[in-house]
Design a protein around this ligand. Structure first.
Ligand SMILES: Cc1cc2nc3c(=O)[nH]c(=O)nc-3n(C[C@H](O)[C@H](O)[C@H](O)COP(=O)(O)OP(=O)(O)OC[C@H]3O[C@@H](n4cnc5c(N)ncnc54)[C@H](O)[C@@H]3O)c2cc1C
Length: 424
């Protein structure tokens, strides 16, 4: 088969891969994408007047230059800025997010339990492994806050035992709060978090993808082109159709464990585990609850861990939901049965009343949340250093085996491209 040569071979046309190609300064590249469309997990579906992302993707830019860069390339796109209103549903009540700062909104007995355990949290702390995510929760917030929300919610999301996860598994995305902040919030509510306000293009998250792709040469993005193997010594990669591509540098946004498989580098599979998320996008004939953007559901008898309301973000008059279910990667999924159960659960929690479902879309994100453990961090550091020596750079949310936002993906990709721009 013909051999193509490129100085920069990029695996994946998601935000990371496209951002890397964007920030290369006039150098040649080739992006190979396994799917028939670009965007990775930032794709958007337009159906029957509803606009749905693969899962609700909302944007909280910390770098004004990145936001400006994207917006310059989105002429004509309406982007709304929204002050977040997110709630937690527990036992028929709604509590503002973050839970730990709003325990005073719980019924009195539960509030007393939470406050008591928060104050005497040291008594529970010595019974847990403080290096684990679960241990961190109990150590910082006490038993009741952990048991009512933080543990069951995160177990539903990650679909794993939280004792396995690193203390810092969620990094800056975890809303920390000390005793003083919690008490102060009871008198002077301040639920600001990293995503207190967010922006959203009315055409969906794909508009950010298109903003990046717009500057690239279409012929240099191959879709339906899954890469199946990489020979790090010869610097030759092979596509599923047998074509081979030689490269000087390989930039991969494929999940790290799959990149290792492609390169044939031996690794312990048990270190790189993740969940998958089944997303049901649901469009109804009329409006549902108003004003709320998403609700967290920690209770185990509700199948989903979160439901979000696009209609309240985009100002629409029909309820448009995304509902997320965390699952182990090896779980068998009956999508139809799951959707039926979701509709029953939505009725149970009062979101759906006499609404009629008129459109839907379902997708499984696999991987969705990687399980960050101290062993996975160590193995990633070692193995990615070995790959770098062979000119292979594994970046992005799944390439970096981490928890991050699309802005983080762009920042990382830009940093790497700039390094090459300086060298070459
Ligand atoms: C449920 C959920 C909600 C989220 N919400 C938000 C949010 O609100 N805001 C936010 O900023 N971020 C959010 N994120 C994170 C965001 O989705 C990611 O940071 C971002 O999409 C990662 O982009 P990426 O390009 O690194 O990876 P991906 O989007 O996974 O792209 C990688 C691409 O590589 C391709 N690929 C993989 N293997 C191969 C191969 N062998 N050959 C060729 N191509 C290959 C894939 O098909 C894919 O297109 C969310 C993530 C999830 C799971």
């Amino acid at each position: 088969m013909t051999e193509i040569h490129t100085p920069f071979l990029v695996i994946g046309a998601g935000m990371t891969g496209l951002a890397f190609a964007n920030f290369l300064d006039g150098q040649d590249y080739l992006v190979v994408e396994a799917q028939s469309e670009i965007g990775g997990w930032c794709k958007t579906v337009h159906r029957d007047g509803f606009v749905w992302d693969y899962s609700g993707h909302f944007f909280h830019f910390k770098h004004p230059d990145i936001e400006a860069y994207l917006r310059q390339r989105m002429a004509g796109e309406k982007i709304v800025t929204v002050e977040k209103n997110s709630l937690i549903y527990i036992d028929g009540c709604h509590v503002d997010f973050p839970f730990q700062k709003n325990i005073h909104q719980l019924p009195k007995e539960r509030f007393i339990d939470c406050l008591y355990d928060l104050f005497f949290r040291q008594e529970a702390a010595h019974q847990v492994d403080s290096d684990s995510f679960e241990g961190m929760l109990v150590e910082k917030f006490g038993r009741s806050i952990s048991d009512l929300f933080l543990i069951p919610y995160n177990e539903k999301l990650y679909a794993c035992d939280l004792e396995r996860l690193d203390r810092d598994a969620m990094g800056r995305f975890f809303p920390h709060a000390d005793m003083a902040a919690i008490l102060r919030n009871m008198r002077y509510p301040d639920n600001a978090s990293y995503n207190a306000t967010f922006t959203y293009p009315l055409g969906g998250a794909i508009r950010y993808v298109e903003a990046l792709a717009g500057d690239l040469d279409e012929e240099k993005i191959l879709t339906d082109a899954p890469l199946v193997s990489v020979d790090p010594t010869r610097k030759v990669a092979t596509l599923a159709d047998g074509r081979s591509i030689s490269y000087d540098h390989l930039i991969s946004s494929a999940p790290f464990d799959r990149l290792l498989d492609m390169t044939g580098i031996d690794h312990d599979r048990s270190l790189f585990t993740s969940n998958k998320v089944l997303v049901h996008n649901l469009g109804f004939d009329k409006k549902g609850p108003e004003g709320v953007h998403w609700i967290y559901f920690p209770e185990r008898d509700v199948s989903f861990y979160r439901a979000g309301f696009y209609d309240n973000i985009m100002g629409q008059d029909r309820m448009s939901l995304y509902v997320e279910i965390g699952l182990p990667t090896d779980a068998e999924v009956d999508v139809e049965a799951s959707r039926r159960r979701v509709l029953r659960d939505l009725e149970k929690v009062g979101v759906v009343e006499d609404h009629r479902l008129i459109a839907h879309h379902d997708v499984i994100l696999d991987p969705a949340y990687v399980h960050i453990t101290s062993a996975s961090r160590r193995a990633f550091d070692e193995l990615s250093a070995t790959l770098r020596c062979a000119g292979i750079y594994s970046i992005g949310r799944y390439g970096g085996w981490t928890y991050c936002s699309i802005e983080d993906n762009i920042v990382e990709a830009r940093q790497l491209a700039r390094r090459f721009n300086r060298i070459l």
